[in-house]
Design a protein around this ligand. Structure first.
Ligand code: URA
Length: 433
């Protein structure tokens, strides 16, 4: 087999066979297939797509490139959750204590993130003392005792994806439904979960800008998961504006605690309850969604989920006092306001632009080696549909940097105001699976 023939085959829009895909992934992972051939193939896939069978075979070839984790000692159905990524998305940190409080084991593996704000691990590490370097034995023991533990990604999980994603990132080939689907699903399958709930984001702040492509991505991932024996369901959720009111690392932890204490943040709460309910059904704790939703809401409103979050933070070395005193979290030196210059109703808030502004203030990384400022971020005071008067605060920027004009300029452009009333945006758009 020659790679050049397989590139041509895909260029002509033909289907690659399982043994051809295995050859490509093996050769690329061990360095026999060079980056220039792999990026040429990636572009042919971007342009000509892949069938469901090809995408499933690509997923399995990537899974087989590394270690496959299994946790035979974890008791119960292990349900994982994945978000395709959005601005202000701290749902994992609300959903996991909720689900654990319902008795479903959460053995979560998360990463530090590139991009606007850190990943789930960065957010948690803004809690003084929080550690993610659990040994496999500690991880399993904690899941069995507390039903919740979180660790960083292990070294050799899906090495093919690590290499391929880095290549796609610099060759303009990230935006492809089969490539995104196989990248995400290979990591979920290799990390050993029994069932998977996916949060597929749609809108200006997401990979998928429109509902049709998001639905297509969701459907293929659900099929792959189910074909590979993992019960999979996808929630399509809105990312036309940031989720909740806080963007940043310590900032987002603060909002997580506030929600768990009972604060009504409509979009974030609704999305968290919905995802947690699907996880509880997939974990076999409730027979249907409606029953699960009631039970999960009860776990939130009774404070059980907050207690579980406290137990989780303490078990991983974090200071649980932050839950009663959010002032212990890292605080920025400067807090600067962006105000409305006209009156009306907020018509749109570009999530992507808010995310980039947060990164400019220090909340995210552009390169792996960049350090992150846990205290940096943005507070939104308005959401789409809210009324605003001239001079009212729309955003507060938090930063330790001495210059913030670029972020401020971008934030000023990020929202529009209409003189007519505007409907709020629903957060749940559809469910697939
Ligand atoms: N997230 C991933 O893990 N992979 C992709 O290809 C896109 C988003």
């Amino acid at each position: 087999m020659r790679m050049v023939d397989l590139i041509r085959k895909k260029r002509y829009g033909k289907q690659l066979l399982k043994e051809e895909i295995d050859f490509i992934i093996k050769g690329f992972t061990n360095g026999e297939i060079p980056d220039y051939q792999m990026s040429s193939l990636a572009m042919a896939i971007v342009l000509n797509g892949m069938s469901e069978e090809e995408t499933t075979n690509l997923t399995m070839a990537m899974v087989d490139s590394g270690e496959i984790l299994a946790y035979p000692d974890i008791k119960g159905v292990r349900v994982d959750k994945h978000s395709t990524g959005g601005v202000g998305d701290k749902t994992t940190l609300i959903v996991t204590p909720l689900v654990a409080a319902m008795g479903v084991p959460v053995a979560k593996m998360s990463g530090r993130g590139l991009g606007h704000t850190g990943g789930t691990v960065d957010k948690l590490e803004s809690i003084p003392g929080f550690r993610i370097d659990l040994t496999p034995e500690q991880f399993v023991r904690q899941v069995n005792q507390s039903k919740i533990a979180l660790t960083g990604q292990t070294g050799n999980l899906v090495p093919a994806d690590k290499k391929f994603y880095a290549l796609r990132d610099v060759t303009g080939t990230v935006e492809s439904i089969p490539l995104i689907a196989s990248s995400i699903m290979s990591k979920k399958i290799a990390s050993g979960s029994d069932a998977i709930v996916l949060d597929v984001k749609v809108g200006s702040g997401a990979f998928m800008k429109d509902l049709n492509s998001a639905r297509e991505l969701a459907e293929i991932m659900v099929h792959i998961g189910n074909n590979l024996g993992r019960r999979t369901i996808a929630v399509l959720s809105n990312m036309e504006q940031p989720l909740g009111f806080e963007v940043g690392n310590a900032n987002e932890i603060k909002e997580v605690v506030e929600i768990l204490r009972g604060k009504a943040v409509a979009d974030l709460k609704e999305l968290s309850l919905t995802i947690a309910s699907h996880m509880v059904v997939a974990g076999g704790r409730c027979g249907n969604f409606a029953e699960a939703y009631q039970a999960v809401k009860e776990a939130l409103e009774s404070g059980k989920a907050l207690d579980k979050f406290r137990e989780f933070v303490k078990a991983q070395g974090g200071d649980p006092a932050i839950i009663d005193d959010l002032g212990i979290l890292p605080q920025a030196k400067h807090h600067l306001e962006v105000r409305a210059t006209r009156a009306g109703y907020v018509q749109s808030i570009d999530a992507e632009q808010v995310g980039v502004s947060a990164m400019m203030l220090g909340a995210g990384r552009q390169r792996k080696e960049d350090s992150i400022d846990y205290a940096a971020g943005i507070t939104l005071h308005k959401k789409v549909g809210d009324q605003v008067v001239v001079g009212e605060i729309v955003f507060t920027m938090h930063t330790n940097r001495e210059s913030w004009e670029d972020a401020e300029g971008l934030l000023k452009q990020s929202f529009t105001i209409s003189e007519h009333p505007v409907e709020g945006i629903p957060v749940i758009l559809d469910v697939v699976g």
